[in-house]
Write a protein that binds this ligand. Sequence first.
Ligand code: XMP
Length: 529
Amino acid sequence: MNSSNNADIHSQRILILDYGSQYTQLIARRVREIGVYCEIFSWDFPGAEKFAQTAQGIILSGGPESTTLEDTPYVPDYVLDANVPVLGICYGMQALAKKLGGTVSESSQREFGFAQVVVKQTGKLFSNLSDGKNQHDESLLDVWMSHGDKVTSLPEGFVTLASTDNAKYAAIANEDKKLYGLQFHPEVTHTKSGEQMLSCFLTDICGCDASWTADNIVEDIIDRVKTQVGSEHVILGLSGGVDSSVVAALLHKAIGKQLTCIFVDNGLLRLHEGDQVMDTFSKHMGVKVIRVNAEDRFLSALNGIDDPELKRKKIGNLFIEIFQEEARRIKDARWLAQGTIYPDVIESAAAATGKAHLIKSHHNVGGLPDDMELSLVEPLRELFKDEVRRLGDELGLPYEMIHRHPFPGPGLGVRILGEVKKEYADILRRADHIFIKELREHDLYDQVSQAFTVFLPVRSVGVMGDGRKYQYVVALRAVETIDFMTARWAHLPYDFLDLVSRRIINEIDGISRVAYDISGKPPATIEWE
Ligand code: XMP
């Protein structure tokens, strides 16, 4: 099924109501991975009702609150009025049970982490799932629990699908009404058969087919972009990062010569990065890319500035200034393409409702001033990062480009502590190149979520041969994380760190010492500035 034979890949959709769980986005990603389109709305967002009326099913997320208290988030009437299958997860299950006349109580024994539930009835949700058997030959499922409250009496028409010693109602169902509740989290990978449970819910119970696939999404976006921009011209700020690269490849496929990309080399990129971007897009794909070499302008704008937030602002503003200068030269441009992705959309909605808080002002190319009169094309607005990557693979972009670690907008500007100087950037680029290359060669690159080198403008004494060195220090940083909100420092092998350290000190004149950052987030952040 694809858009060229007129199938609408959005026609089957799942509503995810968010009750504040840290896993809500993960639920959405799992649903999409199974091949079904879904959107997340806060449980009290008025627009969610309209979406519910066109959805094949509704999932209620977990959340930090307790339904045993007054005025806590509840299940709105329209959820049941929509007459579609509903799956409540953790808090979502408790809120659903309460809505239907069951009771929820505070549990004396909280359950966090791994647990085994005993299957009492498979129902449609568990079909033939089993991760083992107990001594009574009952099936066991390995699950991830995280709850304080529990359902203590079932609403009418419900049966128990699974129990633990602590939670009699660990999974419940009313098969006639297609209402389901799981006290555990099927969306996390620790729940071994979680994906199959979600898949049973989406396909067998909600009746969705799996048409949300990379090739269908590509076709759908191409069709929509063509309709949106017609024969008009589009410009795109290409950074070489995953999102803007995928937008460039998609738009090139959709509108070819009507696309002009602007690539600003700000002198704060990684080694050979500018040339690689030009090679991939201009040379190999035939995309029209204007390269602006602006190292001098960025370095002079940063001259004498050492405050991290001010550096971010300077870099961001100058980027927009240069981008505008170039964009104005493209006479017939009517559209500005941006690589906004779904988490950005969710985040700005959260910020608008006061639910997000800012730790650092992350720079993204903002809109351009009104006098440029450009309308926005945002082809990735509905997609999660892993979906964007799958599209990149589908479009044939180089693996290294699509699967590389995130690189912040201000680039090395926030990895050189304090004032940025060309000398520092040149040293840092070379050290970072060694670190990243060795990570790849030792098959460690894909095992960490982000790795980079930080330049410390302090001098330290060293000896090389008979000589004394008095040179700069760099720190290596590598973290493992799922959402970049919290992170664990990567426990890279000592031998590996030893090799990287020796290579950096021996090969780069200017560095006498290498440190490894062993700070988690929190309390540290991933970047040093
Ligand atoms: P922190 O340092 O806040 O980083 O723990 C979390 C993630 O955000 C990236 N980061 C940025 N990305 N502009 C960006 O586009 C920025 O100013 C910026 N600061 C941090 C960081 O690399 C990590 O992936």
